[in-house]
Ligand binder design. Structure first.
Ligand code: NDP
Ligand code: NHF
Length: 362
């Protein structure tokens, strides 16, 4: 197939540091046709870097979308504009990629689900964690029962957002420090962990969460702790703590305990997944960190080519976003919230779970 001629909307950090390097690696599949940014100068500067003629630089999105020679669009704008711009691009009849989250609230997330059919366009939500190598390896390990039946997991995401605010990082952005959307950093960053957990363990029956309120705008809580019950009976604890002290930062951890052993990922960038078996042996699996961006862009190319389905559609992302807001709802209501399954409690085949875990318990 010919190269996809891509129009880019939002030439900020995610474009420069994440999508552009992956697109460059896929240089035989993509060609950057046009750039659009709210601040024209920034897009113009980037165009110079890649030798793109200035006539292909816009600060008016409608003008860029009129171009018939643009095959597809990549949307990387602050979260509060994701739905509005996606709707505009879909209406223009362009296939597109939109960075996560698909929307900044549930009303827009619901409307997002109609876009693909209504305008007959292909849509991929760029949730890189669902395309990251480590998450796909762990999913395969869990599904193939490498550590037997999974009983429970614990996942922590500990960082220091305030320490990052003055550095050349994502936290420096005004829209992250004073978000105009509910959930702040929890929607922006914890969404990745939630996507990874749902990718690995499947649909979620319900969550019960607690939060320690804080006065700063970037996140409503110092820490959010949640208990999760998956539809397959797996239970887990997830903690999102973006207010840690930099020097005390413990490693981000993901530990999965099964009847025959344990899977341990110290950090998504460490490159090694450890498996510890109950009998005392262990195994290490190497992976390349941060491959999600390359993999998602390859998936999008293949989908436009007709050789693959899009893996992360709005329907897939919808459940991840819903879980973010369900956790926040659980904190404020102090109630258990059903995520993917409507109440009452679905039969989770307790007897089968007890039988499969019996050897572990003895
Ligand atoms: N998957 C991942 O790991 C990551 C994903 N992201 C996602 O990427 C998106 C962008 O984040 P990031 O790049 O960090 O944010 P930035 O603020 O760095 O960049 C956003 C860019 O969008 C431009 N913009 C804003 N509104 C419009 C508009 N209406 N039309 C055209 N351009 C517009 C901004 O212009 P101006 O400068 O004028 O405001 C800015 O250049 C978010 O959805 C975020 O969730 C971000 C980081 C990592
Ligand atoms: O998606 C992203 C990756 O994680 C960052 C936090 O660490 C976010 O701010 C960003 O939007």
């Amino acid at each position: 197939m010919k190269k996809i001629r891509l129009g880019v909307i939002g030439t900020g950090m995610a474009w420069e540091r994440l999508h552009y390097p992956a697109i460059s690696e896929l240089g035989d599949k993509y060609e950057i046709a046009a750039l659009c940014n709210r601040t024209f100068k920034d897009a113009e500067n980037f165009a110079k870097k890649i030798n793109l003629d200035i006539k292909n630089v816009y600060d008016n999105l409608d003008e860029m979308l009129k171009r018939p020679d643009i095959d597809a669009v990549d949307i990387l704008v602050p979260i509060e504009y994701n739905y509005e711009i996606s709707e505009k691009v879909a209406r223009a009849g362009k296939d597109f990629i939109c960075e996560k989250p698909m929307a900044s609230n549930m009303d827009d997330a619901k409307k997002y689900l109609e876009l693909s059919k209504k305008y007959n366009v292909k849509i991929m939500i760029a949730e890189n964690f669902r395309y990251n190598e480590e998450n796909n390896i762990i999913k395969e390990l869990v599904e193939s029962k490498k550590i037997g039946d999974v009983i429970y997991f614990i996942r922590n995401n500990v960082s220091c957002f305030p320490c990052e605010m003055t550095k050349d990082t994502f936290a420096a952005a005004e829209w992250r420090q004073h978000p105009k959307f509910e959930g702040g950093a929890f929607l922006d960053a914890a969404l990745h962990d939630i996507a990874a957990m749902r990718h690995i363990f499947g649909a979620v029956q319900c969550v019960h969460a607690f939060g320690k309120p804080q006065p700063h705008d970037f996140n409503p809580y110092y820490s959010i702790n949640s208990n999760i019950l998956f539809e397959n009976g797996i239970i887990g604890q997830y903690t999102y703590f973006p207010s840690g002290i930099e020097t005390q930062k413990p490693p981000v951890g993901f530990r999965i305990y099964g009847t025959n052993g344990q899977i341990y990922l110290e950090d998504k960038s460490c490159g090694i997944i450890n498996i510890f078996y109950n009998e005392g042996t262990s195994e290490q699996i190497k992976y390349t960190p941060e491959r999600g961006f390359y993999n998602e862009l390859l998936n999008f190319y293949n989908a436009l080519n007709g050789t693959e389905e899009i893996s992360v559609t709005p329907e897939v992302e919808y459940g991840d976003v819903k879980m973010v807001f369900d956790i926040l709802k659980s904190i404020s209501s102090k109630e258990v919230i059903y995520v993917d399954t409507p109440p009452p409690f679905k039969d989770i085949k307790l007897k089968e779970i007890q039988e499969s875990t019996a050897p572990y318990i003895q």
